[in-house]
Design a protein around this ligand. Structure first.
Ligand SMILES: O=P(O)(O)OC[C@H]1O[C@H](O[C@H]2O[C@H](CO)[C@@H](O)[C@H](O)[C@H]2O)[C@H](O)[C@@H](O)[C@@H]1O
Length: 263
């Protein structure tokens, strides 16, 4: 093991043994899965993602093996994620934890203050001034993507800083993968994971959190602190709180499918 920043204790360990441990004792574990860059390959645009045809059924089979203790934890809206994995609906935290639906099926929505509407209108005009930038309206959160206009990163960040100053307390900017998002600050993926573990059928299980991005770090830290573990889809030398890595979403999907078929 090399000396690491204490904030980022990852050892370069591979994630596969952790998933093997979950496969051996599914009644002991709760599985928390990010979507973009983790279950799904990243795409050039938010709408460009492709859900491999077998994936929804694989997740459904895993949910059964885990006694229902599988949740999606995503920056997407819950409604959008439901469409991705139709016909199945999973327990889920959306908008990076700002909205959440537990296994009883009740959605706790995110607050959507009227002040957000003026900002929505301004950000919707941004692509006209910044060609290649995409505006994503997520209802209670707003995002500007610059994957197709990487030279605009600083201008996108400055425009989003301006919106943050307008809306004031209780909001934050998240800098994800070629995206800047304005979202409610009070809830994050770590708090969402903790809320799932306070309820059935997650309670009493060890969390395994899998994500790929800086926005997943709170979830990794929570899983580690609660006696569980975490995997980041990233190169082995990535600075992260996750305790292990896997190289690609494709490898993760292969392993999940193997576990689903083994059972
Ligand atoms: O928490 P996640 O499920 O990982 O969602 C994070 C964000 O994912 C999406 O944006 C990212 O994926 C896009 C499609 O691959 C890509 O084009 C973009 O550059 C990425 O940032 C989504 O659009 C966001 O709303 C999510 O917050």
């Amino acid at each position: 093991m090399t000396d690491k920043d204490p904030l980022f204790p990852q050892t370069g360990a591979e994630g596969e043994p952790l998933l093997a441990a979950l496969a051996r004792a599914p009644h002991e574990w709760a599985l928390f899965l990010d979507i973009d860059g983790t279950l799904l390959d990243l795409a050039e645009t938010p709408d460009g993602i492709v859900v491999p045809p077998r994936l929804p059924d694989v997740l459904q089979a895993l949910t059964r093996h885990l006694g229902g203790a599988l949740a999606l934890v995503t920056g997407r809206q819950v409604a959008l994620a439901d469409r991705l994995f139709t016909p199945h609906r999973f327990p889920i935290a959306g908008l990076h934890g700002a909205e959440r639906r537990g296994s009883d099926g009740t959605l706790i929505p995110a607050d959507r203050p009227p002040a957000l509407d003026d900002i929505r209108a301004e950000l919707a005009r941004a692509p006209a001034a910044l060609p290649g930038v995409l505006f994503e309206d997520k209802g209670a959160a707003l995002a500007l993507h610059y994957r197709q206009a990487q030279g605009t990163r600083d201008r996108v960040a400055a425009l989003m800083e301006k919106q943050l100053a307008r809306i004031g307390e209780g909001w934050e900017l998240l800098h994800g993968k070629m995206v800047v998002e304005l979202r409610p600050a009070a809830k994050d993926k770590g708090r969402a994971l903790r809320a799932f573990l306070d309820s059935e059928p997650f309670a009493g299980r060890k969390p395994l959190a899998i994500g790929d991005d800086v926005t997943d770090e709170a979830m990794f830290a929570a899983a580690n602190a609660l006696g569980g573990t975490s995997i980041r889809i990233a190169p082995p030398d990535q600075d992260t709180a996750a305790l292990a890595t896997l190289p690609t979403p494709e490898r993760l999907r292969q392993i999940l499918e193997e576990i689903a078929h083994e059972r």
